[in-house]
Design a protein around this ligand. Structure first.
Ligand SMILES: Cc1cc2nc3c(=O)[nH]c(=O)nc-3n(C[C@H](O)[C@H](O)[C@H](O)COP(=O)(O)OP(=O)(O)OC[C@H]3O[C@@H](n4cnc5c(N)ncnc54)[C@H](O)[C@@H]3O)c2cc1C
Length: 229
């Protein structure tokens, strides 16, 4: 039976805390090469200060000496499409050509009721749950009739649950956060990216400090803005 999952951020940072720390230290080493201003050993405190300085002065190219990978779980295909628009990234996503979706999972907004009866006109009513059930039954029917996943996928909705691994350097992550945690971003990618940002801020001090909470929209989803630091 088709399963509906409430859309709540679910992701894993695939790099160890140690690797993130090493990359922060590397930024100071790289940046200080410019002016030959090495001061001996770098540490987390000096690297954090240095990263903040780079961002304040707009020297973000130094942040490109890094790379961090996040695996997104339980997000809709609709969100993955938005994520995939970011070009200076590496992406590996679940295939609808090869993965069989006879046991479907759908992601559904937390602020909507999947049992709401929707008026379809001409005296017909249906809930989201019923509609999704029908999609699964139909997909399974196609598969049982010999259709391959890559053929049956034409009837899949954008709410289908999907997974994706997404890698970017920290300059590009900053760009992704700037666009996707801001109020105009769609609530699914925004609520997920707000949590990724918060995790990055804890693990990688200095590099993402200029993103601050700026409010909550009418459906209760947070948004952020960038400030001068
Ligand atoms: C609120 C919102 C609504 C959106 N609505 C739509 C929509 O309706 N339809 C739609 O098609 N898209 C839409 N998008 C996607 C949007 O148009 C961008 O494709 C997406 O946000 C990626 O942004 P980007 O190109 O700046 O960044 P990335 O692809 O992440 O690139 C980062 C930066 O690198 C530079 N760069 C990358 N590639 C090039 C290049 N080829 N040439 C020059 N510079 C480059 C640019 O400075 C760019 O900003 C929307 C995005 C948002 C945030």
């Amino acid at each position: 039976m088709a399963e509906i999952i409430k859309q709540i951020p679910n992701f894993k940072i695939l790099d160890s805390e140690e690797l993130l720390k090493q990359q922060l230290l590397k930024i100071e080493v790289a940046g200080r090469t410019s002016y030959q201003s090495e001061k001996g050993e770098v540490n987390m405190e000096s690297a954090t200060r240095f990263a903040r300085m780079l961002i304040r002065r707009g020297h973000e190219s130094v942040l490109e000496h890094t790379s961090t990978t996040v695996k997104f779980l339980d997000n809709s295909i609709g969100m993955m499409r938005e994520l995939n628009r970011h070009r200076i990234t590496s992406v590996t996503e679940e295939s609808t050509r090869y993965v069989d979706n006879s046991e479907m999972q759908f992601v559904f907004p937390d602020h909507k009721n999947q049992l709401e009866r929707v008026d379809l006109g001409e005296g017909r009513e249906m809930t989201v749950s019923q509609m999704i059930e029908e999609v699964e039954i139909f997909y399974r029917g196609l598969r049982n009739s010999g259709w391959k996943p890559e053929e049956a996928r034409y009837i899949l909705p954008l709410g289908l649950n999907s997974e994706e691994v997404f890698t970017a350097n920290w300059r590009e992550w900053r760009h992704v956060f700037a666009l996707r945690t801001a109020k105009p971003a769609h609530f699914e990618i925004r609520s997920t990216m707000v949590e990724v940002l918060q995790r990055f801020q804890n693990l990688i001090p200095g590099v993402f400090d200029d993103f601050v909470p700026a409010g909550v929209d009418n459906n209760g989803y947070k948004f952020y803005e960038q400030v001068k630091i």
